[in-house]
Design a protein around this ligand. Structure first.
Ligand code: ADP
Length: 422
């Protein structure tokens, strides 16, 4: 079976989250880490998602990497390309959603590109172009204080407008509600008005399916993993995708479990508190790490404790503490110091026999997976919405992994993930 959907994700957990969505909707999915070798052999997959680390990279670099990923996917025959970013539209005023989307659209000859970060199951909805998280506007949530991509404007037409020289239009809710034909008509209208981009409103899964159907013939679609929900049905309707009962099957991976948390999101902080009441946990101090202290002591501590059950190592801290560290070390250096430490800890603990890993944070997961030299992941069933169980493929020992975007997962996520992973 040929590759149907080729996706490019701007961070690691975003890619995992997208693959989970596709598996759930009947597409066998593989996630690749970075632009793959030209000769990488893949088991049969209906969808391949290339995970980049381009969300906060300089725009030029993000564009170059995304175009390489696009070329690889097209060389494998992908029929449709999906550009995946966060359901909270994480980006800076320079990008990279606008610049990357424009470059992909130019190369694909896509005239209008839908942009829909909505993910109703996780409380992300878009109404009149405004992004909500639960019952709050995006700008009134913890996202306003994100360490790397603070989101202070909830109006996505305006936010995307700052990242592109092209015109951004809106497919508003009354149109979306009326279904795929009306969405298509409105997209044509926007195209005639000179728009390259269309923010699309969405409140429920039914809207996601309608939007998916409306963009069946678009060479490029962009959004959160939610809007990908509607895409597998298009391939089935065209007779290209069989109905699969086994899209989520994975081999089992026994061994000690470790949790690594670098996300400072509210959800992750709550998950850390819950874990700490059950099992041993150690907090990293970025200032000590920057001085070259603490790392080896923490590794020795984790090695000792993981023999008797799961352990947690975390750098996560509340906003005021993060700000203080950033004032001292600089925002980028603070992030890099923590990511490098997590990478070393992961490598050392796997060398010591750890086989089951839970990682919290998009950037953090990217750093850990890179350090472990993992080339790709087969995607299994979801542990919580947006976070599937996975098993590594390619070089190195086989690992069971749960890689979670900071905001995701219920309070008891860490221990439950270790229990339900294959
Ligand atoms: P999320 O998925 O919540 O966005 P990420 O891992 O992508 O999480 O981003 C969190 C960033 O914050 C990472 O770069 C991480 O290294 C950094 N970080 C983690 N702990 C601290 C801390 N105590 N002080 C400053 N930065 C931190």
């Amino acid at each position: 079976m040929a590759l149907l959907l080729g996706a490019i994700a701007d961070d690691f957990t975003g890619a995992t989250d997208l693959c989970g969505m596709l598996v759930r909707n009947g597409m066998r999915s593989v996630q690749l880490i970075g632009v793959p070798r030209p000769d990488l052999e893949l088991d049969e997959a209906d969808a391949v998602t290339i995970a980049l680390k381009s969300r906060t990279a300089p725009p030029k670099e993000a564009v170059a990497d995304s175009l390489l990923a696009l070329d690889w996917l097209r060389s494998r025959g992908a029929i449709q390309i999906f550009f995946k970013y966060c359901s909270t539209f994480d980006s800076t005023p320079q990008g990279n959603i606008g610049p990357v989307g424009d470059a992909l659209a130019d190369r694909l000859g896509a005239e209008i590109v839908v942009a829909c970060p909505a993910f109703p199951e996780n409380g992300r909805t878009v109404y009149m172009g405004h992004l909500f998280v639960g019952d709050r506007l995006l700008s009134e949530t913890h996202m306003a204080h994100h360490p790397l991509t603070p989101m202070t404007d909830p109006d996505l037409v305006r936010v995307l407008g700052r990242q592109t020289t092209r015109k951004v239009g809106l497919v508003a809710y009354p149109t979306v509600r009326r279904g795929p034909a009306f969405i298509r008509d409105r997209l044509t209208e926007l195209r005639h008005e000179g728009c390259r981009w269309a923010i699309v409103d969405c409140l429920e899964d039914e809207d996601l399916r309608a939007i998916g159907e409306a963009v069946a013939d678009h060479p490029l679609v962009s959004g959160g993993s939610g809007v990908a929900m509607g895409l597998p049905a298009n391939f089935r309707r065209k007779g290209l995708l069989p109905r699969r009962a086994d899209a989520a099957a994975l081999p089992s991976v026994p061994g000690p479990g470790v949790v690594l948390a670098g996300s400072c999101s509210a959800a992750t902080l709550a998950q850390i508190e819950a874990f700490r009441t059950e099992r041993p946990a150690r907090k990293l101090d970025p200032r000590a790490l920057a001085r070259g202290e603490e790392l080896h002591e923490v590794i020795a501590w984790a090695r000792e404790h993981m023999a008797s059950g799961p352990v947690l190592v975390y750098a996560s801290a509340p906003p005021e503490e993060v700000r203080a560290v950033q004032r001292e070390l600089g925002r980028e250096r603070a992030g890099a110091v923590v990511e490098e430490a997590m990478a070393v800890i992961a490598r050392e603990l796997v060398a010591a026999g750890a086989r089951r890993l839970v990682v919290a944070g998009g950037e953090t997961s990217g750093a850990v997976v890179k350090a472990l030299g993992i080339e790709g992941l087969a995607i299994g069933r979801e542990i919580d919405p947006g976070v599937p169980a996975t098993v590594s493929i390619g070089k190195g020992p086989r690992l069971a992994l749960a890689l979670k975007s900071g905001n995701f997962g219920k309070r008891d996520f860490f221990l439950r993930a270790l229990e339900v992973m294959p």
